[in-house]
Design a protein around this ligand. Sequence first.
Ligand SMILES: [Zn+2]
Length: 251
Amino acid sequence: MLETPLQSILVTLAGPVFGSFAATLAHRIAAGGSPWSGRSRCAACGHVLGVRDLIPIASWLVLGGRCRYCRSAIGRFEPAVEALALAIAIMAVARFGGGQVWLAAGLGWALLALAAADARAMVLPDPITLPLALAGFAATAWLAPERLASHALAAGGAFALFLAIRLGYRRFRGREGLGLGDAKLMAAAGAWLGPEPLATVVLAAALAALAVTGLRQWREQRIDLAAPIPFGAYLAPAIWLVWIADPGGMF
Ligand SMILES: [Zn+2]
């Protein structure tokens, strides 16, 4: 095990790097390209970005939120995701010790990547949700093997429930309500948290989604009850906050 101060520094430095990766992934999925390969380019002028353009948070601040080459404004999405990843690292370091710091931060970063992809592109990519569910079982088997069966039941039950809601919604409203990705994310939530906190997660996410969507529509002066909501972007932070408050009986 690493010495705690060194580990704290490593986790804190890794945060913005993972945040940058999560934001880039979300961008590329939204743009319809391959999310996993290719060089980063300015969205406006297409100039390939170098290392000094891609330092998380710092580049954005130094360049005043503008492209070095064409001076067009870069959105706040990327630095916001990087700052959130840093906040996740700091909270993990403050709350946990030893290997649990990496577990807490890793879970937070994976959920942040999902939230970013859902907010940007309304997609929860399988290459993140499915490994996240497996990681939940691995973490439970490592830290609280006696809870493995109940976590497996929670994962299966949550997936089946969300699938049923999705099918019911499609049948009665004639359009997609919940995505399949939401069901997979809930399976991951069950694997990490066990059955007890799942109702809290869904309730908190639904209230947050309602509040944010209501506020936005009120500000924009348009009420649209059929507007699509990236529900995974609300489930993800709820899962992480509930997990760090009480890590599924693991510790
Ligand atoms: Zn540019």
